[in-house]
Design a binder for this molecule. Sequence first.
Ligand code: ATP
Ligand code: MG
Ligand code: FE
Length: 363
Amino acid sequence: QTILAIESSCDETAVSILKCVKDTQGNINSITILAHEVESQIESHAPFGGVVPELAARDHLSKIYDITNSALIKAEISQKELTAVAVTMGPGLIGALMVGVLYARGLALSLNIPLISVNHVDAHLAPALLLNEFSPQHDLGVCKNVSQIQYPALALTVSGGHCHLSILSSATSKSLLGKSLDDACGEAFDKVAKLLGLGYPGGPLIENLAKSAEEFGNTEEFKFPSKPANRENKYHFTYSGLKTAVMECIRKATGIKKGKITGKDLPKEKKQSIAYAFQQAALMQLHDRVHNAIIDYPDIKTILVAGGVAQNKKFRELFSSFDKKIIFAPPALCSDNATMIALQAVLSENSKGFTDHPFAKYN
Ligand code: ATP
Ligand code: MG
Ligand code: FE
């Protein structure tokens, strides 16, 4: 099985090609990543401090053909050798999604092979489920260590637009325990970075600033509530209050009473302290929800963590303290990419055949 996958839900245009070998019972023997192309649009959106949907769609359109071709060249295969096309069907920006979906559909139709539609948030978890180590910089070779995960597992996906906490009884059967009630965690990192005048995307910038705060001992000045969950919401996530608390803190620190608040001109030490306190509160909330789940579901054997925010080293450090086997998605596959889409296609096809979206039924 050789799958070409396309991801275009937000601000990354990505194409991957993956070869999966299964035994006669359909168990996965090996997965080989033949190509992993990711083209970020950060430069187009950075001046606006966030993703501009119309720009994103146009950018995907101008790049998708070339990226698909370069993936095929890297994989050293011809289109004819592909056995399926997979594509992100949602959630995401509609204009951006349409570019990938229509391109994938055209490709599948022209080659007369199936189109597999993939849910983007489910796909974020697939690298944690299927791969132990992956480093596109070093090697696109065989990833033989198809994870031997013990179930039930608790899965936390923390990305730019979603926080999902789920229980998995197998790699393909998942039930949602909790999710974001307002802003998602990654979004909060981006917004706080914007408030501090750091740039976009905010996650890595906040992480670095928080690290400097630790190095220079600027960790005590501020403290934001990490929102321990109440009884009804003990698995849900909320970040809008934290964002407002940071905004009020910046307002006080700068003395800006009215209008647009920006901490751009604050002294370096203040910015560090704010970034540190924010990151601490943001991560502790994630820790708290996982803690609640582990107490309520004592038979959980494994914790899986994925999504863009899971690249954060402090996050990884904090979560390593749980007394369970913990599996993080490989860092290179945390942010949006198409390898995760291909992996999810392998999983979904494994479990229930092609997804029943109308796009997938055309042949
Ligand atoms: P979704 O998948 O929910 O549609 P998305 O695709 O935009 O959203 P991802 O690509 O998974 O999200 O992740 C991007 C997010 O991860 C951004 O909000 C970014 O700030 C955040 N992020 C990236 N690196 C880090 C980091 N080191 N620390 C914290 N957050 C990070
Ligand atoms: Mg992105
Ligand atoms: Fe994503």
